[in-house]
Design a protein around this ligand. Sequence first.
Ligand SMILES: Nc1nc2c(ncn2[C@@H]2O[C@H](COP(=O)(O)OP(=O)(O)OP(=O)(O)O)[C@@H](O)[C@H]2O)c(=O)[nH]1
Length: 257
Amino acid sequence: MREEDMETAIKVVIVGNGAVGKSSMIQRYCKGIFTKEYKKTIGVDFLERQLEVNNEDVRLMLWDTAGQEEFDAITKAYYRGAQACVLAFSTVDRDSFDAVESWKKKVEDEVGEIGMVIIQNKIDLIDDTVVNDEEAEDLAKRLRLRFYRTSVKENLNVEEVFRYLSEKYLDQINCEVEEPETKIAIGQGLMDGGGITNNSKDKDSSKSKNKKIGNGKTSNKHRFKLRNGEDSTIKLEPSKRRTRGKKAIVTAKCVIL
Ligand SMILES: Nc1nc2c(ncn2[C@@H]2O[C@H](COP(=O)(O)OP(=O)(O)OP(=O)(O)O)[C@@H](O)[C@H]2O)c(=O)[nH]1
């Protein structure tokens, strides 16, 4: 396989209570749209988008899981194979904030430690907030996760969340390539919680394809290796990496333990 054909595929799951804006965030990021109506996610949905990070082509597969507890049994199966995760809560929903840690645990119970971020969505409704800045930042510090305030409605910080997760994942695998036998801790300890880091509007016109998933089957063709695992859930594997003719360069701050 030619090196320029290589590409990194990253499975990202978005979790959090119902109505915090998970589906909206994925729609915004992959299709550039926002809709006001609330349509509860039943089970799981997914969309994908390509982007370039540090000269590498990355394909993000964004899995939108239902926030309602009644779907827990279904959605948990789809966490498997995830390499990154967005933990979402809403500025105007206290329960969703209180549930962040339990969402983290649910994901980690299935996939172990992966790159994660906490997002406080609906920051456009800050005047009606039920979560004060300090407690949100404290949570992020305590969980040692980066924290973004987003507004899917206003298209604020959405791009940044997914770029960060992609960079973090690439750092991780590049470190692993360089030091296969060495235990490595990757920038997990970023405690830069809080603050709207910038308010750039998303403008990438990357390709996206809608994929509706139900009962463990995809309804659409796609280029990733999806195979039925022994436990009859879909397993998603990163397929290949594309580096635009460059060797993977280790730029990460790898800490050798
Ligand atoms: N004001 C405001 N409303 C938002 C924002 N993001 C999403 N919403 C609205 O919040 C509601 C719920 O959004 P969804 O994206 O469906 O929420 P969800 O987390 O996917 O919900 P489940 O599918 O039940 O898990 C919708 O009416 C959206 O239009 C935002 O940033 N600001």
